[in-house]
Write a protein that binds this ligand. Structure first.
Ligand code: 5GP
Ligand code: MN
Length: 319
């Protein structure tokens, strides 16, 4: 058992005032792993607050949560736990309220600097949810009900439905234990996946239709402007997962998606297959992530950002 996990289990057992945090614009792993930790604390009879700089994305509103979500940092917390955050700035506007001396980090990102007092970083875990499940099992808490559901959402999101190379035998064994503990797989997946609006379909058609290929078809790029979002009546949540579809094009080894932010900066997402390492490219622009999935933000304008990121990803193919 990893030493930090033992320390974390001890602190959770001793304290009664935990703030549970995850990265802004949370994905399924950020939502699921944070909520799963809340379920663990609820089963231990502990007080906790689930906080995130962004409001809970509507696509997760059906989930069985252990309590309400807030966008404010609780003033009187004892320890904070940051889940699925590769570095401190991923906490967004909540970062400035967090005392690093009372911060626990549970994460699976490459290059995590260990920005807490206790840092449990396992880059072999396919999701942060997988790590929280190990904590639950260490504490002899059954993976039933909302706990199993939240863990499953975390796992399924970060492994691309158990298809990415990060999926380990342990991942599938854990999923099997969650199923045995009673998860309704068909209903959960229907609720998770069948969430699209017609506006989202229109956004994706337009953006995918504008895809460009570079470096002999080995790099694909898409761009999403504020104008496109406004015209199609969509928001940042509707862009989630879009970049993965660029990899569907035969011959594409690396995908670039750039999205214009309201302040004209540009959020980028990179994806790759196999040995192509996009974490290093993201890190060279101040971002981070994993070998095959990374992101960050750069200055605009959008087309310049698309150009520089595509060039940089293309260069990394050659090296
Ligand atoms: P996405 O492209 O889906 O936003 O993120 C892909 C991966 O890159 C995730 O593992 C995410 O945590 C990481 N990532 C995305 N944006 C940033 C960022 O601004 N900074 C860092 N360090 N990692 C990021
Ligand atoms: Mn994750």
């Amino acid at each position: 058992m990893p030493a930090p996990m033992r320390d974390i289990a001890r602190i959770l057992a001793e304290r009664d005032d935990i703030a549970i945090l995850s990265h802004e614009n949370p994905d399924g792993d950020a939502v699921g792993s944070a909520a799963a930790l809340g379920h663990i604390l609820a089963r231990l009879g502990k007080r906790f607050v689930l906080a995130n700089a962004s409001p809970l994305p509507g696509q997760y509103s059906w989930m069985d949560f252990p309590g309400p979500w807030t966008t404010d940092m609780p003033a009187d917390y004892g320890f904070a736990v940051a889940l699925d955050c590769g570095d401190g700035p991923r906490l967004g506007p909540l970062e400035k309220f967090v005392d690093p001396g009372r911060l626990i980090v549970i994460d699976h990102h490459l290059g995590n600097p260990g920005f807490g007092a206790i840092n449990w970083v396992d880059t072999t875990a396919s999701s942060t949810g997988e790590m929280v499940a190990a904590l639950a099992e260490h504490l002899d808490i059954p993976l039933t009900g909302g706990l199993g559901q939240c863990l499953y959402v975390a796992m399924v999101t970060d492994t691309g439905d158990f298809t990415f190379g990060s999926t380990r035998p342990e991942t599938l064994e854990l999923a099997a234990r969650i199923l045995r503990a009673g998860l309704n797989l068909g209903q959960t997946n229907a609720r998770l996946k069948n969430q699209w609006s017609l506006s989202r379909i229109r956004l994706w058609s337009e953006v995918m239709g504008g895809m460009t290929l570079h470096f002999g078809g080995r790099v694909g790029a898409v761009a999403i402007s504020q104008e496109t979002l406004a015209r199609t009546g969509t928001s940042v949540e509707d862009c989630d997962g879009l970049v993965n579809w660029v990899l569907r094009v035969r011959g594409v080894l690396a995908a670039v998606a750039v999205r214009e932010l309201p302040d004209k900066r540009v959020k980028f997402s990179l994806r790759s297959v196999g040995d192509v390492d996009v974490q290093r490219v993201a890190a060279s622009f101040g971002g981070g992530g994993h070998k095959n999935a990374s992101g960050g933000s750069v200055d605009g304008p959008l087309d310049a950002a698309e150009h520089i990121l595509t060039a940089s990803v293309g260069q990394s193919l050659a090296s």
